[in-house]
Design a protein around this ligand. Structure first.
Ligand code: DX5
Ligand code: ZN
Length: 215
């Protein structure tokens, strides 16, 4: 299981300290949430902040774009250090083109599905994806409650993965806790994003270790 702490829940007044904590922890990726206030009802941060995160981060940057028209910014996120670039399926009119462009730019390509978006929306681009992310909350905020229907979607995605792209990573984002992590693992999830569960814990590094031990 790969663990991707979401910096959305980190201390923005001292990001460097939280980056160092993740560097020294058992975590695998940094999950970085970019929100534009249009696709989601919240604004987070953009490329300037990511370029500073990149200076200190010693693990891959998993950049999650919750923005409209992400095609405009693919090269720009590559230039500030994104290693995995994930777009929301609902924001892409030409998803195949977008995913292909991300890979051509030298990044791993991810497609993310809102809770209401059916798995079949990625069926015809699954071979163009390195990651498919299932949103287990409505995107926009950290600390929300996990939506139980997610398990059904993971089962459906596993069928497509086994048939068309066995190397695909299945990532789940939103409301992940120590309580639901084992079940997510049993259903076949490869990457767990966790914000609130990690950063609101009094010992974030230990929480990462506990999530990492799930298998
Ligand atoms: C939600 C973001 C998530 C968020 C997860 O819109 O995409 O990555 O940070 O936070 P938690 O783990 O607190 O639900
Ligand atoms: Zn996210």
């Amino acid at each position: 299981m790969l663990i991707a702490p979401s910096l959305l829940s980190a201390n923005f007044a001292n990001l460097q300290a939280d980056i160092e904590m993740v560097n020294q922890s058992a975590a695998d990726w940094f999950h970085i949430d970019v929100m534009d206030g249009v696709f989601v009802p919240n604004i987070s941060f953009g490329q300037p902040i990511i370029s500073h995160i990149k200076k200190y981060a010693k693990k891959p940057l998993d950049v999650h774009l919750m923005i409209i028209d992400p095609d405009r910014y693919i090269e720009s996120f590559k230039s500030v250090g994104a290693d995995i670039l994930t777009v929301q399926v609902e924001a892409c009119t030409h998803l195949h083109r977008t995913l292909t462009h991300i890979r051509q730019s030298g990044m791993k390509a991810g497609a993310s599905l809102n809770p209401h978006t059916p798995i079949c929306m990625v069926e015809n681009v699954i071979e163009n994806c390195d990651v498919v992310m299932i949103m287990s909350v409505n995107p926009g905020f950290g600390g929300q409650k996990f939506i139980e229907n997610t398990y059904r979607k993971i089962e459906e995605l596993m069928v497509l993965k086994n048939k068309y792209n066995p190397d695909l990573l299945i990532e789940v984002d939103g409301g992940v806790t120590l309580e639901n992590a084992q079940k997510l693992c049993d259903f076949g999830v490869n990457v767990l994003v966790a914000g609130n569960t990690i950063f609101s814990n009094e010992n974030p590094s230990k929480m990462i270790e506990q999530l990492k031990q799930i298998s």
